[in-house]
Design a protein around this ligand. Structure first.
Ligand code: MV4
Length: 505
């Protein structure tokens, strides 16, 4: 039984987990750092424990403090959310050793998929197609030459301890190979404390398509369809959608089965994601498996009609999957936009600060997974994501049109946001036609970063906020000092001073 869950996270995902827990009548415990004392996840949980200073290394990554809070609160499970400790095998082990349930896969699955060379080996053994390349760590320069001779150029050098684009290097020519190899190894060593590097053939203009899977503790699996995540900037996803425009029922069934094979090979339990690169001929290759609930999980929830957090909890408490593959039906279309406190006109610099005024969109087919409120100050210490705006529609066209409408309604002042940039993507012809891959943003650079449109919009928002404030002040002023009708100008400032003096008398 799970009666009380500690959520080892913050922000929108902490709220997301609190909500599902509450609907299941499970108590919730939040943890928070110094700066998050007044954060929404602290307010919405049944209990909250302070776990340390603001930097995540001292709080949200502090395993012992989190475990201490869990034991003190009498929680029987820990949900790690995404990021932070969610893919840390050692943490999953510690949670178990403390007699608690880790809401996630077994530590071995996390470890296997966390090391990208081990993951590749495991996939090859399971018969899942991987990008042609090495099955082992590159031993030396001769080894690298031999591999390149076999698979040809261009290739990508990737850090085994990396993932998500960290420590990657594209190599076009023989001359670049050795310097790139040396650089990649030293970078990986410095960044991850592990300089193991492997080689993959470079896939030109691929799509990033991932499959959501769900497994229980008894070896039952279903896949919940795909998400198209090719709209990325510096390996950060910007827009995700499901279903994917280029998917066919046949390809979906085949890739879904391979995703399940990947999960099965590591006895995966709970919700997980298998990422693939898909080329324009429909060839697909395993890339990575994410052993956590992902940021973009809501689009799957919208079209499948399932609550993934509840499923994670049910699996963790030992229930069998309630659905079989033939009961999984994708209905309609869903799009997610990640709203960041970043300045698209200034190289996406983080724009932390206080939310002054905010009006969030709602209405048919709109879901906002957020956590900020008016007066909340977005901390500099963590990811600057403000919210995820998710729309649902009967068709792709409706979901996109709804997204544009919702973005038009969305008003945030106090910080710069990625909203104007998102609108430009949604209005782009190629995006509208579903004609895009991982190069989309760089291909449409000029159009998407055309300055006037977005800065004008931002200025209009600011002007609207200032106008609202002036009108409010004007209204208050006329209540306190009704117009005297004499038409004679006098200093309001002096008059306020006199009134203050009067009240002191
Ligand atoms: C690749 C690739 C082409 N060929 N691997 C980037 C993130 C990381 N998950 C893997 N990435 C890539 N790996 C081979 N063998 C191209 C990318 C890539 C990419 C992948 C998904 C989404 C956006 C991307 C942007 C640039 C490069």
């Amino acid at each position: 039984m799970i009666k009380k869950i500690l959520i080892a996270n913050r922000g929108e995902i902490a709220l997301r987990i609190i909500r599902s827990s509450r609907e299941m009548q499970i108590q919730t415990v939040s943890v928070y750092s110094d700066i998050d004392r007044h954060a929404m996840h602290v307010r919405l949980a049944d209990e909250a424990y302070h776990i340390g200073p603001s930097p995540s290394a001292d709080s949200y990554l502090n395993m012992d403090r989190i475990l201490e809070a869990a034991l003190q609160a009498g929680a029987d499970a820990i949900h790690p959310g995404y990021g932070f400790l969610s893919e840390n095998a050692e943490f999953a082990e510690k949670v178990k050793a403390a007699g608690l349930i880790f809401i996630g896969p077994n530590p071995t699955a996390i470890r296997t998929m966390g090391d990208k060379i081990t993951a590749r080996k495991t996939m090859i053994a399971a018969g899942v197609p991987v990008v042609p390349g090495t099955e082992h760590i590159i031993k030396d320069e001769a080894d690298a030459n031999e591999i390149v001779r076999k698979i040809g150029l261009p290739i990508m050098l990737k850090a085994s301890a990396g993932g998500g684009g960290k420590g990657m290097r594209l190599v076009h020519t023989k001359e670049e190979l050795m310097p790139s190899l040396r650089a990649a190894k030293s970078e990986a060593g410095a960044a991850f404390g592990n300089d193991a590097v492997y080689i993959e053939r470079y896939i030109e203009s691929p799509h990033h398509i991932e499959f959501q899977i769900l497994g229980d503790q008894y070896g039952n699996y279903v896949h919940l369809g795909e998400r198209e995540c090719s709209v990325q900037r510096r390996h950060q996803k910007v827009i995700e959608e499901t279903p994917c425009v280029l998917m066919t029922p046949e390809l979906r069934e085949e890739m879904g089965e391979q995703a399940i094979a990947a999960a099965r090979s590591v006895h995966y339990e709970g919700a997980g994601t298998v990422e693939f690169l898909v080329d324009n001929k429909g060839n697909y290759y395993f890339l990575e498996m994410n052993t956590r609930l992902q940021v973009e999980h809501p689009v799957t929830e919208q079209v499948i009609g399932i609550d993934l957090v509840k499923e994670q909890i049910r699996v963790a408490r030992g229930e069998k999957l309630a659905i079989t593959q033939d009961q999984v039906i994708q209905r309609g279309h869903s799009v997610e936009c990640r709203i960041y406190a970043e300045d698209p006109d200034n190289n996406f610099m983080p724009s932390p600060g206080k939310i002054l005024k905010m009006r969030e969109p709602y209405g048919p087919g709109v879901r906002v997974d957020g956590y900020v409120y008016e007066g909340f100050e977005i901390p500099i210490y963590y990811d600057p994501m403000i919210s995820k705006l998710v729309t649902y529609g009967a068709s792709r066209e409706e979901a996109i049109q709804r997204m544009i409408r919702a973005l038009d309604e969305y008003q945030i002042t106090g910080v710069k946001t990625s909203i104007p940039f998102l609108k430009k993507i949604l209005k782009n012809k190629d995006f509208r036609e579903g004609n895009y891959n991982t190069h989309f943003i760089s291909t449409h650079q000029e159009e998407l970063f055309a300055k006037e449109a977005s800065s004008t919009e931002q200025e209009m928002e600011e002007l609207a906020a200032v106008t609202a404030l002036l009108e409010y002040l004007e209204e208050r002023k006329s209540k306190i000092f009704p117009p005297n009708g004499s038409g004679k100008k006098h200093s309001m400032w002096k008059e306020i001073g006199r009134k203050k003096a009067m009240t002191r008398l």
